[in-house]
Ligand binder design. Sequence first.
Ligand SMILES: [Zn+2]
Length: 223
Amino acid sequence: MLISKELKELVEQYVSKHRSTEVGGVFIGDANRFDMFVPIPNVSVSPSSQYEQRREHLQVAQLIAEMISGEIVGGMHTHPSGTVVSEADLKWLESTGHKFGVVVACKDDGFEWFCLDKKGRNQPIYWTDEHSEMVALLLAKKMGLNDLGRVMITPSGELLCEGDEAKELLMLDRDVYLVKKQLEGRYRWEQPSRKELSEKCGLSAERVRRAMKKIVTRKEVAR
Ligand SMILES: [Zn+2]
């Protein structure tokens, strides 16, 4: 598995901020390399010894993966006590359905990374120097997501990120996109009514209402 040193550092920075509980997330990339890491909150009732994700949070990560034309290839969680991978981790990997499972063990003098495949075999990790030429990472940088540790899904499922472009992108869903297309380039008084929008976008009135609300919220955020 190829992981850039840059990404390794970002992940370790994130992990070192949370050393009393298990933290984790997913890696986006392909079968040979991880390009991006999205932290996902731990919702386990015993977070010091267990890592559990909420399905809705994973769906947000999935959306980010689609936006950068990648896929979620690996799950990750930490072992704050520094223990190595065990059978329990293989079971965890099976339950996630991801191709790879990464465990980052916190040691006194740094971090030890383990990458398991579905058969429980340890995959060697190669730390590479190359980073900026990666399309996915470049795109992430352009959108202000360069400090990937700052792209964060809060326990309530909201995305925290820096930069207006990133906010715009991450808040965009298909309904908002459709409604936005209809409103683009029009003055306020020329804007179609909700009923018209509903017909033109092929969405229910309720979905138009929700999309409009997001558009208004976004404008407020951008200010
Ligand atoms: Zn574990």
